[in-house]
Write a protein that binds this ligand. Sequence first.
Ligand code: SAH
Length: 228
Amino acid sequence: MNMEARIRGIGMTSMRTRTRLAERLRVAGIGSECVLAAMQQVPRHMFVDEAIASRAYDDCSLPIGSGQTISQPYVVAKMTQLAIERTLEADQPLQRVLEIGTGSGYQAAVLAHLGCRVYSLERIRTLAHRASDRFRTLGQRAISVRYANGYDGWQGEGPFDVVMVTAAMQQVPTQLIEQLRVGGVLIGPLVGDDERQQLMVITRREEAEPLVETIEAVRFVPFLEGTC
Ligand code: SAH
C-alpha cells in the first residue's frame, strides 16, 4: 500500500472508531450533542503512548505512566455534561474552569474544545510537562498547566465557574469551594465510608452551606498530598 493510501486508511479507521465511541456514549446516557461532538473531535490517541494508541477510542481508562490513568471517555463526557447542564440551568456562564489532576491533559482538552479557559494543576512533574508539550503540539493555548499540588487551588485566577477534580478525594478541600463563584459547581469523586467512590456535584451558595448532590459510582486514582 502506498503512503497516501495508508494515511487515508488510518484516517478512515479512526473516524469509524470515533463515531463508534460517540454512539456508545449516547447509549450510556450522554445526551449533549456538543459533548458527543467534542468526544469525537478531540484526538484522544494523542494523549496516550503510541503503543496503546489503537485502544484510544475504546471506552476505558488507560495507563499514562507514573501509576496514573487517562480517565474513561464515559466519565470525561459525564463530568463535562454535568458542567454544561448545571451552568445552563442556573443561567450562568461556563468559561473559567479549574481542573485538579491534569494527567494526560485529555479532560482539559475536551473542556477547551468547548470554549472554556482551563487552569489545570498536576502534582507529578513529568505528567505536567508532558501535558504542556502536548498542548503546544496541538496549538491549544486556552489551557494553562502548573506543576503543583491542587489542594489549595490556583490562587489569583479565581473565581471559577467550575472546579473539576479528577482524582478521588477523601474530603473536599474548602479552598476549592472558596475559589468557585457563587452558583459555581465543583464536580469530582469523593471516597465514602464504605471506601467506594461517588461522583459529586457541590454548588457554592451565597448564604448557605454548599449544596451536595451524589450522581453515581465511579473509579479514579487517589487525590494525594504533596508533589513528586
Ligand atoms: N484529567 C486526567 C485524569 C488523570 S488521573 C486526564 O484526563 O487524563 C488523575 C491525576 O490527578 C493524576 O495525574 C494525579 O497525579 C493527579 N493528582 C492526584 N492528586 C492530586 C493533587 N492533590 N493535586 C494535583 N494533581 C493531583
